[in-house]
Design a protein around this ligand. Structure first.
Ligand SMILES: Nc1ncnc2c1ncn2[C@@H]1O[C@H](COP(=O)(O)OP(=O)(O)OP(=O)(O)O)[C@@H](O)[C@H]1O
Length: 234
């Protein structure tokens, strides 16, 4: 088997509610999972099982309570669980892409620039970035008349497609997808499935959450039910 790009080792997460007298809510524990280049591992399980929390730990948004999150970054391996914030920021720039369920709207910046900026931040030239942005917005059926407008007034589905274009434009070796197809119609879901297949074929390692069964079945190389990592209250 190809060496993993991402390795979760005995990872655990609970939340401490400081305003509730320090109440501890255990979420997941003992997560060990390897993801190789070209694989798409889908996290399954019911609402509240901890799927998004796992993605947020890998991206460094949530701190892990225990365990390691090893990510291969060029010739180095970085443990996100213990890395300094500056190292995590560099990982996000070069190695880990993340598509959340909603676009964080940036005021006054046109949609084409919102998308292209993710590629220039990754190190591509402005020309290449804009060419890729145009191609992706076309593939995702975002009408050209919208490209020069800021996405603040776009519909939910249009904003989400700008968000997906932004997440897919660079060549990050690891891509985290948190329900990217949630607000899309069948045609655009199919466009996202095609984009995921292209990334897999290019050797990107993907960890994703998809509520649509048809999308999940089409893109998953493996489905991991996270309820098997359910943590119990101490
Ligand atoms: N920042 C937070 N503070 C407190 N509790 C949180 C926080 N984030 C998540 N939780 C709790 O952790 C549990 C897991 O949430 P998470 O969002 O990871 O689940 P999920 O499996 O992705 O659910 P869904 O499918 O509904 O999105 C939930 O009980 C949630 O309330």
């Amino acid at each position: 088997m190809t060496a993993p790009l991402l390795s979760l080792d005995s990872l655990a997460k609970s939340f401490t509610m400081h305003l509730q007298g320090g109440l501890v809510i255990p979420v997941v524990s003992g997560i060990s999972l390897d993801v190789a280049p070209g694989e798409c591992v889908v996290l399954g399980g019911p609402s509240g099982a901890g799927k998004s929390s796992i993605l947020k730990m890998i991206y460094g948004n949530y701190r892990a309570d225990a365990g390691a999150i090893r990510v291969v970054d060029g010739s180095e391996t970085v443990d996100v669980a213990t890395a300094a914030p500056r190292r995590v920021m560099a990982l996000r720039r070069n190695t880990i892409g993340y598509v959340s369920q909603f676009l964080r709207v940036i005021p006054r910046v046109p949609a084409l620039t919102v998308v292209a900026e993710a590629a220039t931040a990754f190190g591509l030239s402005r020309e290449e970035a804009e060419a890729r942005a145009r191609r992706l917005l076309t593939l995702l059926n975002v009408p050209e008349r919208l490209w020069s407008l800021p996405p603040a007034t776009f519909s939910g589905g249009e904003q989400q497609r700008v968000n997906i274009a932004r997440g897919f434009i660079a060549d990050h070796p690891l891509l985290l997808l948190d329900e990217p197809t949630a607000s899309l119609d069948a045609r655009n879901r199919a466009a996202v499935v095609d984009l995921i297949e292209t990334k897999k074929a290019a050797g990107t390692a993907i960890v994703g959450i998809f509520h649509d069964d048809d999308v999940r079945e089409r893109v998953a190389t493996r489905i991991v039910d996270v309820t098997r990592f359910a943590a119990s209250a101490a």
